[in-house]
Design a protein around this ligand. Structure first.
Ligand code: ZN
Length: 509
């Protein structure tokens, strides 16, 4: 039995392959917003090997982009369409998303706690508290191994996200492998409660009294949207829910009877809506470039942010995503918008477990081996400390990252780097919504242009010429030397391409 950790080694995305002798499934299908925007890359998705592409099912834990965003791109790579298994709310969200692609797959709903089987793998979904409208942990049995994958979860019970299934976790205690998220392993102070959040949001709204307010949160966080509508109503503001993802959320929330009866409208406010009585609700509080908030601030949207507006960012940046988050905040401020974030008021409750909660989960599940995931090495190291406080020796921790294969053996799981790769995508511009694949050669070329520059070689009967754009010191020295020594262009090209960090050489003959 082995687990492949797919996704971007540097910027994340959750996608795992669980494989046994005669069967394999993918767990989650997340994209990673890119940390390489300078290369024109907006996000990356796992590039499956032929073996991985034959997985017969994809199990999805919850509808956040870093768990579902790569789904259609993975289906593009798979020779036959796998089963898609998930909880009821996630199934609705995925059905709507996939309807916009060429993959008309209907996800299969797995009821919480019900057992289901995919060939040699038996699995059960355990509903867990998280900042999505639904989130599941997965318990899996394969070839005599018992694996618990936490997905994203909160270990505490008073956040309005639901309750940790402590009993179900305890029933599965002693698992061979626990994959446990580590996003907030570094948070030691006790976390605020739902009541604290409501108080913080109200304080932020009061501070922005008289201004038109833009409120941004995950569209999939139905609880958060419910709360803000109710709070706004209590101070005489009407909510206007903008954007495709909010529309979808409302549609789904209504089915599950989770939308407040009044106080909200789908679509933009009327032109004469008084600022102090208007609250715009929009997705994209991670700074995602294609989401409503970013479009609204950049002005690519029917409703636009304007001077004097207030903005409440009801989120904290996912580790690794700080740059897009803060640059969007910056851009809003430059437009004259007063921005309130988690640094100013308590406007967000995280969906991830603090140190104490992670210890609680480890205590309940008493795992043989732990693979921390989601979060960086620093947080993975911290998990060992938390483990030892929960009675789990640091020796029981397996350090693995995206790109690795973890093989379960009789002894300690073996980790091998397999260099699993990712595909890079650029978002559609303006109204064009489809993302375009950037070929690996193009990515490589762009990287070389940035690091070492571009050299244009011209032959021609009037004599050869060499031009360069943004050359590195090394490249410039080589070109200068060649000019002094009258080295022919063909030879210069060979020398340039032999550099440890070669430029892009354009030979126009
Ligand atoms: Zn999540």
């Amino acid at each position: 039995v082995h687990l492949d950790l797919l996704g971007n080694p540097s910027s994340g995305g959750n996608c795992y392959l669980l494989a046994a002798a005669d069967t394999s499934i993918l767990i989650d299908a997340g994209l990673a917003w890119s940390s390489q925007r300078e290369l024109g890359i907006d996000f990356t998705v796992p590039h499956l090997t032929a073996e991985q592409a034959r997985a017969s099912a994809i199990v999805i834990t919850h509808p956040h982009e870093d768990h579902i965003g790569a789904l259609a791109y993975l289906l593009d790579q798979m020779p036959s369409i796998p089963r898609i298994l998930c909880g009821p709310v996630t199934a609705d969200i995925l059905r709507l998303r996939l309807a916009e692609t060429k993959h008309a797959v209907t996800p299969e709903v797995v009821a919480p706690y019900a057992w289901t089987r995919e060939r040699g793998i038996r699995l059960q979904m355990l509903p867990v508290p998280h900042s999505a409208s639904e989130s599941m942990a997965l318990y899996l049995e394969v070839d005599g191994k018992r694996i618990l994958y936490s997905g994203d979860l909160r270990g505490s019970d008073d956040t309005g996200y639901g309750h940790l299934p402590a009993k179900a976790l305890a029933e599965h205690s002693g698992v061979d492998l626990l994959m446990l998220e580590a996003v907030r392993a570094d948070v030691n102070e006790p976390d605020p409660t739902l009541a604290d959040l409501k108080e913080g949001l109200l304080a932020a709204l009061n501070r922005l009294e008289g201004r038109r307010v833009i409120f941004s949160a995950f569209a999939s966080n139905i609880t958060r949207i419910q709360i803000v509508i109710e709070l706004a109503a209590s101070i005489g503001r009407e909510c206007f829910l903008l954007g495709r993802s909010m529309h979808k959320t409302v549609e789904i929330a209504k089915q599950f009877s989770r939308m407040p009866a009044r106080g909200w409208t789908l679509g933009p406010p009327p032109k004469d809506a008084p600022n102090g009585k208007t609250l715009l609700v929009v997705a994209g509080a991670q700074g995602e470039p294609d989401a409503g908030l970013s479009r609204l601030i950049r002005g690519h949207y029917p409703v636009q942010a304007r001077r004097g507006d207030g903005l409440i960012m009801s989120s904290t940046p996912i580790p690794g995503n700080e740059e897009p988050f803060w640059s969007l905040v910056e851009m809003a401020m430059q437009k004259g918008v007063e921005v309130l974030t988690y640094r100013d008021y308590l406007v967000h409750l995280s969906g991830h477990s603090t140190a104490a909660e992670l210890q609680r989960i480890m205590r309940l599940t008493k795992p043989q081996w732990v693979v921390p995931f989601h979060g960086d090495y620093y947080r993975h190291q911290l998990m060992q400390e938390l483990g030892s406080r929960a009675g789990i020796s640091p020796k029981r921790f397996v350090v693995a990252a995206n790109g690795d294969r973890v093989t379960l053996t009789k002894e300690k799981p073996q980790v091998r780097n397999m260099d699993f790769t990712v595909d890079s995508y650029q978002l559609g511009k303006g109204r064009q919504r489809t993302a375009a694949l950037i070929e690996p050669d193009t990515v490589d070329e762009r990287r070389r242009m940035l690091r070492a520059g571009t050299v244009i070689l011209r032959g021609g009967h009037r004599g050869a010429s060499v031009e360069s754009l943004n050359p590195s010191d090394e490249v410039r020295a080589l070109i200068d030397g060649a000019r002094d020594r009258k080295v022919a262009n063909a030879e210069l090209k060979r020398q340039l391409l032999r550099l440890p960090s070669p430029p892009v050489v354009v030979d126009v003959g």
